[in-house]
Design a protein around this ligand. Structure first.
Ligand SMILES: *Cc1c(COP(=O)(O)O)cnc(C)c1O
Length: 507
């Protein structure tokens, strides 16, 4: 608007038509703290002309709101692009909605919550502006490049069409019932696990058993993603093993990776707890090789490419309603991991295509959480109903995992029991622990696990970013593809097998 109005000297209405016709806003999170608000004071000093223009956009916008909802002053205050009060701020998400011809969320549930809750007033103001584009991932990186062995095995059975049209992976379904195919599938998974075990040994000096269940949670460390619930269950398993070392137990290697924002104290403390539990569990001779905890530092794409092909179990356990989509869930499923997850983000749509019998779903749904919170959720009361969780929390409280500073993890315990447990770790813990026992039960039958893994891959084709981008092109950007000149890009049947079939994993 500034360039059009000030530099190109267009009149306001035409400039606004060009601007809104150009911009489309994709919202990526419902978390309040992630929605930017910029200080009016700061903007007025640094970008005075922009601030003037924003104020004019706001003035005209609020006029429209008043015209559509006469006398609804509350609504005007709620929707104003600039907050009122002592410290006025520009609500950047609102500005983006007003200045765009399209607003989208990145999974069905996320878009529904966007429309019905976060920016409900704006959906009422501009019905039809909102739409959903479920995220996807690139098969080029997340299987051809990171898992050429699995890529070749799949192509051997169903040809190479799936490489450019990922939904063709459904042709793999019949092979889930082919014993010889399942055996070859498992050989590749084991080789990938051995390669990761070597990395873990090299990086951390921890020896893990490649035949154990590789249970993987890799993603930014955030309270809503609930790495805490995972490590609490690890402690529960540890207590179980200590109590009865000879009990029937499916060996498990629990692998974490992820960075916390520098100022996010609680997330840093969760990393510290994972490290402290790892130190105790990994060095207890009585636990032996049955349970190992690994925190791989410096989680990044190149490391993800090593971990994902080696994973058996994908942890997608966010508090329902908090994960906009997730894409790690898709990458892991594409490489034959089974998901343990909540009904959140794209997990819900994955469930539709993969089938609930091939995923481990547990926990409270969005509406259930909202109802519990509205009724006055009391986590301490809830925790008292779970003897396993209470024992875990008591063990942490005793200083067992940190003699040097026994009260180190007190803020975590406080948050869970007296701080309102905003991410419902206590409320979901028992369901999660029970679901993890079911996981272990299924894993005992390696052949059945492989069958389900194949069905996960067969059902994940919808989650290609090719499909996502096509939807953006067709429904938001209104752009058409350019024809690909054959001498410039070699992308036919003959190349797919050759180029990717011979590809060696990078070191
Ligand atoms: C895919 C990816 C993510 C996103 O993972 P989620 O599980 O969806 O949060 C984050 N970091 C890296 C390095 C990734 O490759």
């Amino acid at each position: 608007m500034r360039l059009f109005v000030d530099v190109y000297r267009l009149d306001w209405d035409y400039a606004w038509e060009l601007t809104t016709g150009t911009f489309a806003y994709t919202n990526h999170t419902l978390l309040e703290e992630a929605l930017e608000k910029w200080s009016v004071d700061l903007m007025t000093r640094l970008l005075p002309r922009h601030m003037q223009i924003i104020n004019e956009i706001n003035r005209r916008f609020l006029r429209q709101v008043a015209n559509k909802f006469p006398g609804d002053i509350d609504r005007m205050q709620r929707m104003s692009l600039v907050t009122e009060g002592h410290y006025p701020q520009v609500r950047m998400a609102y500005l983006a909605i007003v200045a765009s011809h399209s607003v989208n969320g990145v999974a069905k549930l996320h878009t529904d919550l966007l429309k019905s809750q976060l920016v409900r007033d704006f959906n009422e103001m501009y019905p039809g502006r909102f739409n959903s584009k479920t995220n996807g991932i690139s098969q080029r990186r997340w299987i051809f490049q990171c898992n050429p062995e699995l890529t070749s095995l799949i192509s051997e059975k169903i040809g190479t069409d799936w490489m450019s049209t990922l939904t063709e992976l459904t042709n793999l379904r019949p092979f889930a019932d082919d014993k010889a195919f399942r055996d070859r599938w498992r050989v590749i998974k084991t080789a990938k696990k051995e390669a990761l075990a070597a990395i873990i040994d090299k990086e951390l000096g921890i020896k893990v058993d490649p035949n154990s269940l590789f249970d993987v949670q890799i993603k930014r460390i955030h309270e809503y993603k609930r790495q805490l619930m995972n490590i609490l269950n690890v402690i529960a398993l540890y207590i179980r093993l200590k109590r009865n070392p000879s009990a029937d137990f499916v060996p498990r290697t629990v692998i974490f990776g992820g960075k916390a924002a520098p100022g996010y104290v609680m997330a840093k403390l969760v990393i510290k707890l994972i490290g402290a539990v790892a130190e105790v569990v990994n060095n207890d001779p009585e636990i032996d090789d049955k349970l190992k905890v690994v925190f791989l530092p410096d989680y990044r794409v190149s490391l993800a490419e090593k971990i994902i092909p080696a994973s058996d179990l994908s942890e997608q356990i966010s508090t329902a309603g908090k994960e906009a989509s997730g894409t790690g869930n898709m990458k892991l499923a594409l490489n034959g991991s089974l998901t343990i997850g909540t009904l959140d983000g794209a997990n819900i749509e994955m469930l539709e295509d993969i089938g609930e019998e091939n995923m481990f779903i547990f926990g409270l749904k969005v509406e259930e959480i909202q109802a519990m919170k509205a009724a006055g959720y009391n986590p301490r009361e809830e925790a008292n109903k779970s003897p396993v969780l209470m024992e875990v929390l008591k063990l942490i409280d005793s200083g067992h995992f940190c003699f040097e500073k026994p009260d180190l993890f007190e803020p975590i315990l406080h948050n869970l029991l007296d701080g309102g447990d905003p991410f419902m770790v206590v409320a979901d813990f028992d369901a999660y622990a029970e679901c993890q026992d079911e996981v272990a039960e299924v894993y005992k039958d390696q052949d059945e696990w492989a069958r389900r893994a194949i069905l996960n891959v067969a059902g994940i084709g919808y989650f290609s970013s090719d499909r996502t981008i096509q939807e953006y092109a067709d429904e938001i950007w209104d752009v058409k593809p350019l024809p690909i000149e054959e001498d410039r890009v070699d992308w036919g049947d003959k190349i797919s097998e050759k180029k990717y079939g011979d590809l060696k994993p990078r070191d």
